[in-house]
Design a protein around this ligand. Structure first.
Ligand SMILES: NC(=O)c1ccc[n+]([C@@H]2O[C@H](COP(=O)([O-])OP(=O)(O)OC[C@H]3O[C@@H](n4cnc5c(N)ncnc54)[C@H](O)[C@@H]3O)[C@@H](O)[C@H]2O)c1
Length: 435
C-alpha cells in the first residue's frame, strides 16, 4: 500500500518505519528540513531502541523515504497518517493548528480516493474539523479514521509491531477494510483490532492516558502515606497488584510522571470536560497531585541533606522522563534541577542517552559527567531520578567511596534499604519503611 505519514517525530517516524517494514511503500514528511536531511542519511533525531536499523534497512530497500514536501508525499497515497504534534494551548486545550494545517495540504494535493487517519492525540470532534478542512479543497472522495497511538517511548518499535490492541474509529466500510488490511501483519497473534465510531476512538486515547496517570499518582500518594505511618509500599504494591481487578503494572511510585503525553493529555482532557460542562474532578486532582509529587521529591532531597542544599554539590542520575529514551519533555529531573539551583546547590548530572538534550535545555547551568561514577566525585549526595538499567545494580561501595557524605535519595526504589543500611548509607527512597 502507498502510505504517507505527515509529522516525523516520535510517533510518525515509528509508524512510518514499521509500516515500511511490513512491505508498504511509505513516505514520511516533515516541515523540519534538518530532521529530514538527517533521516535521509539515517541520522535519527531521537533515541529509540531498534528504530535506527528499521530506518536504515527500509530506506535502503526503497520502501521508506523522507521529504519536506507534504503535498507531494500525500498526492498518490492510499492512506495518510497525520502524526504532527498537538501541544497545549494557553488555556490547556490541545492546539490543533498543526493537524488542521496538514488537513489543508491533504485537501489540496490528494489525487485519489484516500483514508485520512488522525494518529496525533486529538480531542473528540477533531476528525470532524479535519473533515471540514479537507472537504473544502478535495477533488476526490476521502474517508476518515481515528487511530490513536498507544506506543510507549523507549519500547515504541515493539509496541507498534506487537500492539496490545489497535483502535480504529471509522465510519465507512472502505476505511474499515483498508485499515484492517494495513494492520493485519501486526495482529497475527490474535491481538484485537477494535473498531468503533470516531468520537469513541478519540476519547479512548485520553481515557487511557488519564487512567494510567491516575494509577501512578494514586500510588505516589499511597507511598507518601506509607512513609508517614510506617508501612512499606513494596509490600502494599504486592498485596494489591495480585488482585486481578487491579493488576501489577504501573504501580511503582516515583518522583512524578512526565513526558510528552501524560501531562499534556491530562490537561487537555480536563479542558475538554470543562468545556463540555462535565468537569472530571478526579483527573483535575491527578494533575495537581503530580505537580506536588515533583516538589515533594525535591523536599525529600532537602531533608536528606539536613534541611538545606545551599552550597551542596549534588550528583543526579537520570535526566530523561523515563529510561530508554532521550525525551526530557516535562521530566521530573527538570523540576528537581531547577529547585536545587534556586536553593543554591550545584548539580552534576549523568544520563546514558539524554545528555545532548539536557545540554540543549540547561546549557552550562549544570555540569555533565561522562560516566555515572564520575558524577559522584566530591558530591554530597546522589539523587536517582530515572530508572535506567545501568543504575539498577551499581557498585554501592564505590558510590559510598566517591561521595563526600553517604547520602542516596532514590526516586525509583532501585536499592535494598537493608543492604544500604549495612553499607552505612543514609538511604532515602519512596514509601518504604526506611524512606
Ligand atoms: N511521543 C509519544 O510517546 C506519543 C505516543 C502516543 C501519541 N502521541 C501523540 O502523537 C502526536 C505526535 O507526537 P510526537 O511525540 O511524535 O511529536 P513530535 O514533536 O516528536 O513530532 C511532531 C512532528 O511534526 C512536525 N510537524 C508539525 N507541524 C507540521 C506540518 N504542518 N507539516 C509537517 N510536519 C509538521 C514537527 O516538525 C515534528 O517533527 C501528538 O499528538 C502526541 O500527543 C505521542
Amino acid at each position: 500500500m502507498n502510505v504517507a505519514v505527515v509529522g516525523t517525530g516520535y510517533v510518525g517516524l515509528v509508524v512510518g518505519a514499521c509500516l515500511a517494514e511490513t512491505g508498504n511503500s511509505v513516505v514520511c514528511a516533515d516541515r523540519d528540513q534538518g530532521k529530514i536531511d538527517g533521516l535521509r542519511q539515517n541520522v535519527l533525531p531521537i533515541y529509540e531502541p531498534g528504530l535506527d536499523s528499521l530506518v536504515e534497512r527500509n530506506q535502503a530497500a526503497s520502501r521508506l523515504s523522507f521529504t519536506t514536501d507534504v503535498g507531494k508525499a500525500v498526492a498518490s497515497a492510499e492512506v495518510i497518517f497525520i502524526a504532527v504534534g498537538t501541544p497545549l494551548s494557553e488555556d490547556g486545550s490541545a492546539d490543533l493548528r498543526h493537524v488542521l494545517a496538514v488537513a489543508e495540504q491533504v485537501g489540496r494535493h490528494v489525487q485519489r480516493e484516500v483514508v485520512v487517519v488522525t494518529k496525533s492525540t486529538v480531542p473528540v470532534g477533531t476528525a470532524r474539523q479535519v473533515q471540514a478542512v479537507v472537504e473544502k479543497n478535495a477533488k476526490h472522495s476521502f474517508h476518515l479514521c481515528s487511530n490513536p497511538e498507544f506506543l510507549k517511548e523507549g519500547a515504541a518499535v515493539d509496541d507498534f509491531m506487537k500492539p496490545d490492541r489497535v483502535v480504529l474509529g471509522v465510519e465507512s466500510a472502505y476505511a474499515r477494510q483498508v485499515m484492517a488490511d494495513l494492520y493485519a501483519p501486526f495482529v497475527r497473534t490474535g491481538k484485537p483490532v477494535i473498531f468503533m465510531d470516531i468520537a469513541s476512538a478519540e476519547m479512548t486515547k485520553y481515557a487511557a492516558n488519564a487512567m494510567l496517570a491516575t494509577r501512578i499518582t494514586f500510588m505516589n500518594e499511597i507511598a507518601r502515606l506509607c512513609e508517614r505511618v510506617g508501612a512499606d509500599i513494596d509490600s502494599v504494591r504486592g498485596g494489591i497488584g495480585s488482585d486481578e481487578r487491579i493488576g501489577p503494572s504501573f504501580l511503582f511510585p516515583g518522583p512524578g510522571y512526565g513526558g510528552s503525553c501524560f501531562p499534556k493529555d491530562v490537561r487537555a482532557l480536563v479542558q475538554t470536560a470543562k468545556e463540555a460542562g462535565e468537569p472530571l474532578t478526579i483527573v483535575e486532582a491527578v494533575e495537581h497531585a503530580n505537580e506536588l509529587q515533583k516538589i515533594r521529591f525535591y523536599e525529600k532531597i532537602e531533608r536528606a541533606l539536613g534541611g538545606s542544599v545551599n552550597g551542596c554539590r549534588i550528583a543526579l542520575w537520570g535526566l530523561s522522563f523515563k529510561p530508554q529514551t532521550d525525551d526530557m519533555r516535562e521530566a521530573p529531573s527538570l523540576t528537581v534541577i531547577e529547585r536545587l539551583l534556586e536553593a543554591g546547590a550545584t548539580v552534576v548530572a549523568h544520563d546514558p542517552e539524554a545528555m545532548k538534550e539536557a545540554k540543549r535545555r540547561l546549557g552550562d547551568r549544570i555540569t555533565y559527567a561522562n560516566t555515572s561514577y564520575e558524577a559522584l566525585s566530591g558530591a554530597e549526595a546522589l539523587v536517582v531520578v530515572t530508572d535506567w538499567n545501568e543504575y539498577r545494580h551499581p557498585d554501592l561501595a564505590r558510590i559510598k567511596r566517591e561521595l563526600k557524605r553517604p547520602i542516596v535519595v532514590d526516586g525509583r526504589n532501585l536499592y535494598d534499604p537493608a543492604q544500604m543500611r549495612t553499607l552505612g548509607m543514609q538511604y532515602h527512597s519512596m514509601g518504604r519503611s526506611a524512606a
